[in-house]
Design a protein around this ligand. Structure first.
Ligand code: GLN
Length: 453
């Protein structure tokens, strides 16, 4: 069948399913059909497997001519005049951009409930959260509306929604993928990455979006391996670290069991599993929330009612304009982070908070370095629980933050990690298994994830 047929099918499915799942913020139908026609005209002989494939993009990644809101009132009517590098790369690969996907406002959250526009539902149970912040990107793929999508991960926002929706999500090494055109949350932690249903698809998609970009000074000048080329399921002799800190009270018993089962499966396939210790795990959340909020408070200064987006009316002075536009344009969670970040950076508190968090970050990095001297990857859970009921944590920020225990240290260290489906809970919800690798060793993670899947 042709890309036009496939794309029409995708829109039919969206029409049927998305009123229930509510993953999309904007649809790109006319343009998508044009892209599909172009893909069909190019043909499929050149072995470009992504040509003509319908995809979706998280709404904090800018798309030329298509609204990009970051799920904020602040950017409700913002239509970018350029494409993010990842979007350009997808166009070059020939994919079809079906539309933009819901998320937590400015990617701050873990359930997609801080979106100004709508509440996305979990693809397995419409009463549950889809996870976040890339909840729309995950739910749209898991409910079969599109074949793949892009998300972003600052502290878990690709891996956690992938786990909650039973699909594959990869947070690449910091610097692997260009951040040019990503609306910045925390610049030293943010990475863009793919959601797919299979490990092979994920590897293909990461290949397409990776690589050095002169427009992002933090993007790495390092070759991009063909991640999908050597997937053969061979993990014999690989050394796998199993941190004992993952088996603690905060992690549900069912999820601990799933990790033990995964370890046994790897052992059966010839891998060597050994218990290790990650003593800095519990410092991850405080360090992450100080660093991420500090960087966010700085990055979000540009939304001042003058240059971009929402502008309050009925103001008399410039100060009024700033205060009123920001008060009305930002939601509660975003304001909380701006205040926390501004506080941590302010003189008198800097040493006690921001500086201290940076020191902890170094210790966390060293913890991972020590383990990767001896092991190929770390095996563990992605989340502490399976998807929970909508509304149960949205009024309790601390509880929401605590559920990021298993993902944030990976961003602080800058290493790659993938979440792959690892069975179901008793009530039928997916469980995610997380594989964490050394810098730029995504290939190894794909190899192990492929063997496990
Ligand atoms: N849940 C985390 C937070 O709220 C992670 C968000 C993300 O990765 N974008 O900051």
């Amino acid at each position: 069948f042709s890309s036009v047929e496939l794309t029409k099918e995708a829109f039919k499915r969206i029409e049927e399913i998305d009123p229930k799942v509510e993953a999309f913020l904007a649809l790109n139908e006319a343009e998508a059909l044009k892209q599909a026609e172009a893909a069909d005209a190019r043909g499929y002989a050149d072995g470009n497997v992504l040509n003509g494939i319908p995809m979706g993009i998280k709404d904090n990644i800018v798309t030329d001519g298509l609204t990009t809101t970051a799920a904020s009132r602040m950017l409700e009517d913002f239509v970018p005049i350029y494409d993010a590098t990842v979007v350009t790369k997808l166009k070059e690969a020939g994919t079809v951009n079906v539309g933009k996907l819901n998320m937590d406002e400015f990617a701050m959250g873990g359930s997609t409930e801080t979106s100004y526009f709508k509440k996305t539902k979990n693809a397995w149970d419409l009463n549950k959260v889809p996870g976040g912040s890339s909840g729309g990107s995950a739910a749209a793929v898991a409910s079969g509306q599109i074949l793949g999508s892009l998300g972003t991960d600052t502290g878990g926002s690709i891996r956690q929604p992938a786990a909650f929706n039973g699909i594959v999500g990869m947070k690449p090494t910091y610097g692997r993928v260009s951040r040019y055109g990503l609306i910045a949350f925390s610049s030293s932690l943010d990475q863009i990455g793919p959601f797919t249903r299979t490990v092979t698809d994920n590897a293909i998609l990461l290949e397409a979006i990776s690589g050095h970009d002169k427009r992002d000074s933090t993007s790495a000048k390092i070759e991009v391996p063909k991640f999908s080329a050597n997937l053969n399921g061979n993990v014999a002799g690989m050394k796998v670290a199993l941190p004992k800190e993952y088996f603690q009270e905060g992690v549900s018993a069912e999820i601990q069991d799933a990790v033990r089962k995964a370890a046994a499966q790897f052992e059966e396939m010839g891998a060597i599993i050994e218990e290790v210790s990650l003593p800095t795990l519990s410092y991850g959340i405080p360090a992450y929330y100080i660093i991420a909020s500090s960087e966010a408070s700085s990055n979000l200064q540009r939304f001042d009612g003058v240059r971009y987006g929402y502008r309050a009316d009925d103001v008399k002075t410039l100060d009024d304009l700033y205060v009123k536009s920001r008060s009305e344009g930002f939601g509660m969670e975003v304001k909380r982070r701006i205040m926390l970040g501004t506080f941590s950076l302010s003189s008198g508190y800097y040493d006690a908070f921001f500086k201290k968090a940076g020191q902890i970050r170094t210790l966390i990095k060293r913890d991972f370095e020590r383990i990767f001297q001896e092991y190929d990857f770390i095996l563990g859970p992605t989340t502490t629980t399976t998807a929970y009921d909508l509304g149960t944590k949205s009024d309790n920020p601390i509880e929401m933050y605590m559920s990021d225990l298993l993902t944030v240290t990976i961003n602080l260290a800058g290493v790659p990690a993938i979440s792959v489906p690892g069975g179901f809970s008793e009530d039928g919800l997916p469980i995610g298994i997380q594989l964490i690798g050394n810098h730029f060793e995504e290939e190894k993670l794909y190899q192990a994830a492929f063997a496990f899947e």
